[in-house]
Design a protein around this ligand. Sequence first.
Ligand code: PLP
Length: 399
Amino acid sequence: MEIKKTLDESQHYIMETYKRFPVIFTKGRGMKLWSIDGKEYLDFLAGVAVDVLGHCHPKAVVAIQKQAQRLIHISNFYHNEYQIKLAKLLVKHSFGDKVFFSNSGAEANEAAIKLVRKYFNDRYSGQRTEIITALNSFHGRTMACISATGQTRLQHGFDPLLPGFKHILFNDIEELKKATNERTAAVMLEPIQGEGGVRVPSEDYFKEVRRHCDQHGLILILDEVQTGIGRTGKLFAYEHFGIEPDIMTLAKGLGGGVPIGATIAREEIARAFEIGSHASTFGGNPLATATALAVVETVIEDGIMLSECKRMGAILIDSFLGLKKNFPNIIVDVRGMGLLLGMELTRECSQVVQACFERGILINCTAQNTLRFCPPLIIKEEDIERLISVLNEVLTRLS
Ligand SMILES: *Cc1c(COP(=O)(O)O)cnc(C)c1O
């Protein structure tokens, strides 16, 4: 009764932008979550690829506790040592030279878009402003980001959109070549399309994209908001493809659940942002950066987290392929990298998500027909066994 009242209040007081499951979570530890009525769940969604270290990892908890006692927020009129340390760490482990901190993926992309505009405006006085992005991409929900996003479903009702974006097929280099003209400034892509159904490009795609960008003087922006911070088995997904971007955006995994976004760029491009060009009140505040520093250090220094991510991902893929063999009428495809995995079904997948939820397994559905699995990187084989046994039961009922 108490729970129903709380859920009614949620509907009454909160704008209804989310279709939520009727559950209130109050506690988490590692792979597990507990609801207010004490039911246990295994979390294969991890707050949408956010909780890379699992729930309430001691390193993150201690960092938050210590920093909360010392200093939470000061504004960017002053320096804070954690922002500097985090920037230094991200630069050391990536292609980049300089970082701008914000609070979310959309903001990180917004900064990348502004940086590209500023860079080309300074050089070509407004002659080159167009950014090419992919169909079925996802870059966030601000006006600039829905304009960049290649899904009309997310743009509907919000006209006028920001001009200057052109959408092409992902994983098709000829499309990119055709779309490029004298107004093109940049190409913005996800290394793996997460929300678009966990779409992994062919092996050479990004090498060809990189070559094309170099030939035409285009900036390559990689949106690693979902793929970054170990998710694919490397710290950044671009490392799989043998290329480097010019700008990269991060958010989801970066703070291990504390809101933070980062836009990382090569020096020459970063210089387009001068004093006053861009700002964020909360961006990179002491609490967020101290936590993110602990999270990124843990992923890097743990030693086995990235190799375990690859190993667990491989076990999951193998198990999914086993299910595909048993349920050929339901499962069409299994794909992904590391612990960002998708299982495409012949049908809409909300029924499977619901049935898993009822059995204490949290997953979600992307692109209508693809189940997405993006568990914490600390997942263990016993967690996988539990998932597969539940999926087996659910799919048996459906077939
Ligand atoms: C989630 C996501 C975003 C948006 O991040 P928010 O923090 O929700 O603004 C942008 N790009 C990609 C690839 C994402 O997965």
